[in-house]
Ligand binder design. Structure first.
Ligand SMILES: Nc1ncnc2c1ncn2[C@@H]1O[C@H](COP(=O)(O)OP(=O)(O)OP(=O)(O)O)[C@@H](O)[C@H]1O
Length: 625
């Protein structure tokens, strides 16, 4: 069956010299600065900061000098926003008020954010009871109207600048607390925090090392967005006469004063109003740009056309003719991640050819690049990854020549079964509801979207097809109510629902016990045979792959070092690569002498990116076996 060839071209660690700019590894800051909205907001912010710093020095005199001969003048070349009832230049007063307005908004937001983060985040380290109590406090607090709370604070503390800041901070605290609580709950339920607890790591350390770093980014984005809202709220308080009191003045105070003369000089109110709106927009745009940047960077689920997507081979590469009839042909796949010492190539020149209907196993030790290879092929590479290929044909279609949108559509021919069934299924949705999303999302263009009921029935049938008993009842359960084997089968059902011609299963049985492992593998093989599907199954376990696959591809240190029919496992001495031979010899069987230590694959480990002299094929065989 094996008409394909996999070879390991000479590896180099340097990334391709010329690559598509869209996927060139760029620093986060550089990527952020490519957004026009981010640039505009930063320029505006810089202008506001400069005015806040130099405003009182430059415009201080004009802002405070009273001129009885220039009272209530309309806007003109000399007085852009006109003059007030004492003849003071309103534009100069707006410029001078910038400092107080910004300082108040920043202080109130910072105080509200710190209080909110503490209220929302601290309980995570103190267990469920404290979390429930904090949650009740936050919910009650949120239920009070913002203006009412602000007024209450003003009544209790007397109107003034500091009171306005405190009032705003008090109204902001519960929303920051709710955000932090939601984010912290996600971290609180994570496996890594559970592991930290098991290891006896102190609560303070849990909070500072595990909770805070994982919630910091969205909180910072929210703080930035809130500064704009804070500015507007403070201006409203001053406008209502309960904020900054004379002789101090902020933008809201000036807006309030300007309203008194709106019929004689509209610029007196419009000027401060426009500046308030511009400042609000500036912080809003900055926050939105940061949020978009984070979504597109670390937190966004990896897409099939964005960063991390496939780079079009930039230069003509001398390649052999395409393999006739291949379902998938990948040549020269390279994946590089940015590292502290420059780009790190973790997949180096991988070739992979799959013929229709075959099941191919990809085996290799942990970190050899199996998952990265598969996710890169499926267009699901991490957004920080730099993916490059010389050729990539899927069902005869040249993925490198397609637009990101068309490539995305073409890649729907690949169904993925992920390794960790617990994280691959949304814990908040019933299994049936999740599966029902597939037919509703994957409807054929031009046809009506299936009804919820029809989609649900399809989901139930799909669960039945993977031998989940009582699928109707199971479809109404949440993933945590399933056993590991059932979840894995539900994932297989989900991947199969859109009938993809190619199934990629990344370690589908790693977390399962041997009996369930066998059931899942049998199911995979039967489903592929029944549906005429091609499958690539990734595993560390050469024995598992030997049972399931017709052909094996061995990866080591980011390269394909060997490829052979599964039958060759019986004659390891015929395998071409020492690492493959070592892997097979390390497999115990019934003839293994149980009185002797099991054979192991010894010290081959060198980091990807090491020179060729460190690679196993360059070592004497006895060192390997
Ligand atoms: N997002 C990432 N950023 C940086 N390096 C990464 C990233 N994802 C993977 N790597 C690196 O790529 C290399 C290959 O990882 P990969 O997950 O493909 O290994 P694997 O062979 O699938 O291992 P395992 O069997 O343990 O899942 C590893 O050195 C890993 O640290």
């Amino acid at each position: 069956m094996s008409t394909a060839t996999e070879t390991a071209p000479p590896a180099t660690d340097t990334p391709p010299a010329a690559t598509a700019p869209s996927v060139r590894a760029r620093s986060g800051a550089t990527r952020f600065l490519t957004s026009p909205m981010a640039v505009v907001s930063l320029v505006l912010l810089a202008a506001f900061v400069v005015v806040a710093v130099v405003g009182p020095t430059v415009w201080g005199d004009a802002a405070s000098a009273t001129r009885p001969d220039a009272v209530l003048l309309p806007a003109s070349g000399d007085h852009w926003f006109g003059t007030d009832a004492l003849g003071r230049d309103i534009f100069a007063r707006v410029m001078v008020a910038t400092r107080l307005s910004l300082v108040m908004a920043l202080s109130a937001t910072a105080a509200g954010a710190v209080a909110g983060v503490l209220l929302g985040g601290l309980p995570v380290a103190f267990g469920a009871r404290v979390q429930r109590a904090a949650s009740a406090v936050i919910t009650t607090w949120l239920a009070f109207p913002v203006l009412l709370v602000a007024m209450l604070v003003v009544i209790l503390l007397d109107a003034g600048t500091v009171t306005a800041v405190i009032a705003l901070a008090v109204t902001m605290t519960p929303s920051f607390a709710r955000l932090t609580q939601t984010l912290a709950a996600r971290v609180g339920g994570s496996e890594y925090l559970a592991a930290a607890r098991l290891l006896g790591i102190s609560r303070t350390r849990q909070l500072t090392r595990y909770v805070v770093p994982n919630i910091a980014e969205p909180v910072i984005v929210n703080v930035t967005l809130s500064i704009g809202g804070g500015l507007l709220a403070l201006s409203s308080l001053s406008f209502l006469g309960v904020g900054v009191q004379p002789p101090d003045f902020d933008w809201g105070r000036l807006l309030s004063d300007g309203f008194d003369q709106v019929y004689t000089s509209s610029a007196a109110a419009l000027g401060p109003g426009a500046v308030i709106i511009l400042a609000g927009l500036t912080f809003g745009m900055l926050g939105e740009s940061m949020a978009a940047h984070l979504r597109g960077g670390r937190t966004r689920s990896v897409g099939r056309g964005g960063p991390g997507a496939l780079a079009v081979a930039p230069m003509p590469v001398a390649l052999a003719e395409p393999v006739v009839g291949a379902l998938l042909e990948v040549r020269g796949l390279r994946v590089t991640f940015p590292g502290p010492h420059g780009p790190r190539a973790v997949v180096r020149g991988v070739d992979l050819v799959l013929m229709p209907g075959e099941i191919v196993g990809v085996v290799g030790e942990s970190g050899s690049g199996k998952s990265v290879t598969m996710t890169a092929i499926a267009g699901l590479a991490d957004p920080t990854a730099h993916v490059h290929a010389d050729r990539m044909l899927l069902r005869g279609e040249d993925l490198l020549a397609l637009s990101p949108r068309d490539r995305s559509a073409a890649l729907r021919a690949i169904g993925m079964v992920f390794q960790d069934s617990l994280t691959a299924l949304n814990p908040a949705l019933r299994v049936g509801t999740q599966l029902a999303e597939v037919p509703r999302a994957a409807r054929v263009a031009g046809t009506a979207r299936p009804s919820r009921r029809a989609a649900h029935q399809t989901a139930v049938a799909a669960l039945g097809a993977v031998q989940i008993t009582d699928p109707e009842r199971r479809a109404r359960q949440f993933p945590h109510e399933f056993s590991g084997g059932m979840r894995q089968r539900a994932l297989i059902a989900m991947a199969q629902m859109s009938g993809p011609p190619l199934l990629v299963a990344d370690e589908p049985t790693t977390a399962l016990d041997v009996t369930v492992q066998r059931q899942v593998l049998t199911l995979l093989r039967r489903q592929c045979a029944e549906n005429g599907q091609t499958a690539v199954v990734v595993s560390h376990d050469i024995a598992v792959l030997g049972e399931l696959c017709e052909r094996l591809v061995v990866m080591y240190q980011g390269e394909v070092v060997d490829a052979f029919p599964t039958a060759d496992l019986r004659t390891p001495e015929r395998l071409a690569h020492p690492y493959s031979r070592a892997l097979v010899r390390a497999l115990p069987d019934l003839s293994t002498d149980v009185t002797q230590p099991l054979a192991t694959v010894e010290a081959l480990l060198v980091a990807p990116g090491s020179g060729p002299e460190d690679r196993p094929e360059d070592r004497p065989e006895e060192e390997v076996a």
